[in-house]
Design a binder for this molecule. Structure first.
Ligand SMILES: [Mn+2]
Length: 295
């Protein structure tokens, strides 16, 4: 008999890039490519176990560690209906006692995933937001209020989400002074990519967990552009100076046991090279599930 994993995971695709109003659209193609890439990894489960090379142990994950629930009902011209479907899918997964892993889609999806987590779980919800960007734009004439640049701002308006329970990680270069002022006024903090590179994965995760310790539940939101374009060229924009794929994987593995949901956004097959970014996204999802199942 196989011992089932302590937690099981749902893969939910959201092929929506209707709010990619800056940078390159194309993340709507990510769920299909990430699923294809994931076949390479998922086949390694045998008799409910994977053999982990980092720990040289046989990890019990069960036969149904990561179940593909298909794509949510995206309505390409209607952001709010797409968001409603996304929040509902996340809520349903958590309510069923599972852990959703959302594959976007552009980073506007940060908000409906956070909302779905709030609808499913009581108490304070913290967001660990990996991204090259702040996503704190309140509103602009070009992008409106719900674009890929506003996901964190909208999420912070949810009743259960307070800035003190959130941290942004891997932001870099320059951003809007208005967003910087919002951060300072609201006690939102970040660890820049350079700081993360200096600290290393383990110390970074310690800092993150210290920051969010007051939250009852955590949502890990991972924009693929947190990772350097050298490792993840298939993104919505290129921001040099990011972390490596190895550093990203290690931090996701360390954070996974603490998190109730994950989203991977902005993977863009149209700018990818040999599916390397879709493959990395598949590994981030699978690693989140394997390590997250051991809690
Ligand atoms: Mn970004």
């Amino acid at each position: 008999m196989n011992t089932p994993a302590k937690r099981q995971f749902d893969l939910l695709g959201v092929p929506f890039d209707g709010e990619s109003t800056l940078g390159w659209p194309g993340s709507r193609f990510a769920p299909a490519r990430v699923r294809e890439s994931a076949k390479w990894i998922n086949m390694r489960i045998q008799d409910g176990k994977v053999y982990c090379l980092e720990t040289d142990t046989f990890m019990e994950v069960g036969e149904h560690l990561l179940v593909d629930r298909g794509d949510v009902a995206v309505i390409p011209h209607d952001t709010q209906k797409t968001f409603a479907a996304t929040s509902a899918a996340v809520k349903d997964s958590i309510t069923a006692g599972r852990v959703p892993i959302v594959i976007g889609g552009d980073d506007s999806l940060l908000f409906p995933v956070a909302r779905g987590v709030c609808e499913a779980l009581p108490g304070r919800i913290g967001i660990i937001h990996f991204d090259a960007h702040l996503d704190l734009m309140d509103e602009s004439a070009k992008q409106g209020r719900f674009s890929q640049s506003s996901g964190m701002r909208r999420s912070l308006e949810l009743e259960q989400i307070a800035a003190e329970d959130c941290i942004q990680v891997c932001e870099r270069h320059f951003n809007f002074p208005a967003s910087g002022k919002f951060k300072h006024d609201n006690d939102l903090i970040h660890l820049s990519a350079r700081e993360v590179l200096r600290l290393g994965p383990q110390a970074t995760v310690e800092r993150i967990l210290e920051r969010v310790k007051g939250a009852d539940h955590l949502f890990l939101s991972f924009d693929i552009d947190a990772i350097d374009p050298a490792f993840a060229p298939g993104a919505g924009a290129h921001e040099p100076g990011g972390i490596s794929s190895a550093e990203a994987l290690e931090m996701v593995e360390l954070l996974a046991p603490h998190c109730a949901a994950m989203a991977i956004t902005e993977v863009n097959p149209t700018t990818d090279v040999g599916d390397m970014t879709s493959t990395l996204a598949a590994y981030l999802a699978f690693s989140f599930a394997v390590y997250g199942s051991q809690r």
